[in-house]
Design a protein around this ligand. Sequence first.
Ligand code: CA
Length: 453
Amino acid sequence: MLHRRQSVSPMRAAAVLAALSLLAACTQPEGRYAYDATATQSIPPAFAAPGGIPGKNDWSGESGASGHPQMAADAIRQAAAHFPQCLERLWPEAARRGISRATYDAHTRGLTPDLKIMDLMDAQPEFTKTFWEYLDLLVSEDRVQRGREVLQEHRAAFDAMERSYGVDRHVIAAIWGIESKFSTRMGDRSVVRSTATLACVGRRQDYFRNEFFAVLDLLQRGDVTAEEAKGSWAGAFGPTQFMPTVYRTYAVDFDGDGRRDVVASVRDLVASTANYFHRHGWQKGETWGYEVEVPKDFNFLLADRSRLMTIREWERLGIRRAGGKAFPRSHERVWLMVPAGAQGPGFLMLNNFRVIMRYNPSEAYALAIGHLADRLRGGGAFVQAWPRHERALSREERLEMQQHLNRRGYALGDPDGNFGPKTRAAIRDFQAAAGLVPDGFASQATLARLRGS
Ligand code: CA
């Protein structure tokens, strides 16, 4: 991850996929996607239609849905018209960062902005996915199958990585599988062009300026070639979709050939991804979390990421490991997550789950990585069923729910359809006041109750 902080991804099968982002409920200020933690699509490119829709790669010419002044159609047109001047304005800063004029010219001469990115950046998915739909999509049988083969084929690289970094090989393989379907879908946009566009046009220019300078640095050092630096619209590239700044900071030359090649060298990519996890606090020998059974009459207000207790304490409150198994250690401090509310499985989460979320600050993403890792290790599906009769709220319904909550005094700000920790806390509070189970799950029933209140 190194890059990601979120948002971005090449993907476009857009509406549907971007929607997943709404699950990215929790946002962390740092991470691979350092981008816009509240909005957007944290969907890996493996789920994007490769190359976009034919004939649809031109900018719509419309203002962005974010309403940001720099995303207004006229502002975009104007910034695009001044693209060459913008690149010239960025040159002194590039020079201060050690980029040579020759490198700068070689990669920016004649460059034009890729304005289609403006549409992708402000895409507002109408439909969203539930947690279980997201897991079904990411933890598919063919991905499990292929992942087990990849672990066999590259056993020596994974052995060496575990010795050096102490990160579970199944988690690294899961990242590789989910980010790029094991290097088969990495995105095909020029990282230089994408980051240069975003550094000069649109609402996140400061953030993307750093990415633009970082990719030039990687090219100048010879870590990657321009041909290899192809990826998502936000500039994430390679099998594990590192952003250029993540690449610059965390990539390692693990095969010893003098280049940090996280695109084509399996040893480099496995070790570099492990290095990211190691540096963000991965605890060797620990897992990410446990599926648990939660009693029907449980106080769901305790299911909060800030509420850390030992497994022994949770057991005293009636929580049991799913499937009748015992917890390996009862002193671990964990928090309870109930992604589908009282009707679905619960999970007790360890620190390593937070480390996965540093790669992509979405609980649904992190659970998919953890679960795929378990499946690659030989584990089975979750023991408990998801409430598959529930459907995700549409964008209209999410906006409506936030409006109702605002009306009842929960200061959520302008409704944006993104349900982060604040919205979920408001839902739980309303549910408690209305005599519903306060599990924070944005169900149709909760919306119906809000309408009638
Ligand atoms: Ca290398």
